[in-house]
Design a protein. Sequence first.
Length: 259
Amino acid sequence: MDHFAVEHLGISFGGLRAVHDVSFSVEKNSIFSIIGPNGSGKTTIFNMISGIYKPNSGRIVCEGEDLVGLSPDRIARRGVARTFQNIELFSNATVMDNLLLGRHIHMRTGVFSGAFLWGRRSQAAQEEIANREIVEKIIDFLDLQSVRDQYVAALPYGKRKLVELGRALALEPKILLLDEPSAGMNTEEKQDLNIWIKDIQTDYGVTILLIEHDMNMIMGISDRIFAMSQGEKIVEGLPQAVQSHPEVIRAYLGEEYRC
């Protein structure tokens, strides 16, 4: 049984075919990168996997279960987390609070439970302590200690991208979808991000699906690469083989060979 796979996935918008008959499978604990020119359908695939779009055809299978038709929240509960091209954080909340919000699917007691019964209040307190311990480990892991109590709105862009990555990790995902995680980062931040992504793969045991425009990053950390253009597969394989594939080179002409 595949750890994660999409099978004959397709979707159209107003008669325009955005993704057509896309299939691939991803091995557990691997880094699987999807590359392609702008508008090739990469983020649309992520939106279907995470339940934002419902495909017109095909299946999205995670550990034997078809995710198609489930709400984004139910998909998150199945262990699928993601980051976005455009950062989606609560800018008027602190880093700590944003990461704690990532724990919501694991919280059994509501915000106001325990207002009436001591037993419930005690349970809620214990739960909050446990969730804070998990978040503190993520803060240490991503080196966010210096900004843990700052409001996200006051952070530089690169730090905000890390907070979003941390919030996704707080869900304790089996599958992590990273949509252009290095966008807006400087060279040093990108180098650190490479290390963190590899550490997430190994230390957290997470399977990573990655969309990224930086070909150096893609080549450096990917186990396999899926190249697409105009909503369809070009080729899938090991990084060197994909990079040198003639159709991949053609697809990127005019983009200085940066995916």
